[in-house]
Design a protein around this ligand. Sequence first.
Ligand SMILES: Nc1nc2c(ncn2[C@@H]2O[C@H](COP(=O)(O)OP(=O)(O)OP(=O)(O)O)[C@@H](O)[C@H]2O)c(=O)[nH]1
Ligand SMILES: [Mg+2]
Length: 541
Amino acid sequence: MSSFYLSSSPIFKLQWHANAKPKPSRPIVSLPLSRLHANCYSWRLSCNLTQHGLELEETVEEDEIPQVLELPTEEEPNFDKETIASPSKMLRKKKGDEESLDDRFKLRNGKEIFEEKAYLVGVERKGDGECLFNIEESLEELEQLADTAGLAVVGSTYQKLASPNPRTYIGSGKVAEIKSAINALDVETVIFDDELSPGQLRNLEKAFGGDVRVCDRTALILDIFNQRAATHEAALQVALAQMEYQLPRLTRMWTHLERQSGGQVKGMGEKQIEVDKRILRTQIGVLKKELESVRKHRKQYRSRRVAIPVPVVSLVGYTNAGKSTLLNQLTGANVLAENRLFATLDPTTRRVQMQNGKEFLLTDTVGFIQKLPTTLVAAFRATLEEIAESSLLVHVVDISHPLAEQQIEAVEKVMSELDVSSIPKLVVWNKVDRVDDPQKVKLEAEKSGDTICISALTGEGLDDFCNAVHEKLKDSMVWVEALLPFDKGDLLSTIHKVGMVKETEYTENGTLIRAHVPLRFAQLLKPMRHLVKDTSISQKG
Ligand SMILES: Nc1nc2c(ncn2[C@@H]2O[C@H](COP(=O)(O)OP(=O)(O)OP(=O)(O)O)[C@@H](O)[C@H]2O)c(=O)[nH]1
Ligand SMILES: [Mg+2]
């Protein structure tokens, strides 16, 4: 991306001219690769923040910026296409070779993205019982993530290891093999399926040479989140997570300057790292403050909503399970639902009106994924607080997915981190229209209890779903008996909407009601509950 050479510091404001398309080939072989990496994020970050009305530009004195020097080009090893050992996968081969650059600009999430060629690398740890997905499944998911981010995957490989190499994550033979593949396939980005340490990232970039960027699953997910962030709060959260991810990775970014200049500018690299770190830390501080004020507003809004005692039901589940489709079907909301990972980042809440007049609020939330970076769980913790405050969690599962079981486990793992185990849960097996034997699946669901089969797409099973939700909500409600004066007719109709009324009796003093109602509503009814004790009728119940 040409934006790389517009700035010599990764955290400077970068520019992007959509009309005058930049040359995507990188004229900056001389830049240290970790800076390419950092710059890429800065570029997208900058676009994203500008879009959200944020300005993160900071100026640094001219003399604080070292000159960029040329790196000596390394000799490329010969690559014999046929000798690449299994399990490497080649999807596209280097040919006679000039594709039109225009063809490689793709529109993703409303933004024009240069479709870089990516190569995926995974490690299967021998005897690692913790992994829910096997390495091939995990790499397949990584490919989907890369596709969502706008990259074209041209190949992949993996290695079985007892433990990762602390220097390069993979063994040296594998490094050489990947280097050959990079040259043969014109790879621009190498993506690792696991989080790499800053040191590993640096060593790999050095080993691969050229202008290849190395990144990991976390950086890729952060990039998708950055592209997808549609609200101010989401943009801030992602920007913060990106900067916190970048901070340790800035280390020794500039030391090549010392190396190349034979020690004449000794100290210059160190100085620049400090400058970059300082700028980044300042920006992190600014973002945190801004985020806090945005959250304060949202909290106020939420407490206003809580004042209306309609129970809140949150949809949770693996990314792409169909949560937004379900919300759209039930409420006519127009939330983006598409066959890509992480379509939803921001929670959306809509009122669901059931046929029997009952109501509840339904909230759509960000999807989960295996190996979800802790930085991201932390970044979205505030948004996920909505989940913690709901009366019921609906775990939406794509039952047609071959890895449905592993996905369920992955979601449960994240949920246990979110400390929501006390909230009642309902499991929904979605996409039954796509399974081979729907009858068999429905029988299995019946056997496992608390599981409803639906198709959010066709609408099948949605009545059963609503009834099950209402039954479940009863678990989170409290039993009340209250005498409502006749002038409180509005309260009576709300109880009918949000609670479960067992009995009503009309007395001289008002309407006596016996019902399950949400806890907050029970608190509202408190004064009227005392009245029950004074009436003779109350003695009957
Ligand atoms: N066949 C079928 N497809 C479905 C069903 N429900 C959702 N889909 C499709 O699955 C894809 C993902 O749906 P979304 O509703 O965006 O999934 P999500 O859980 O909100 O995903 P994230 O926001 O990424 O977490 C879309 O292409 C939907 O059309 C269903 O019941 N049957
Ligand atoms: Mg969604």
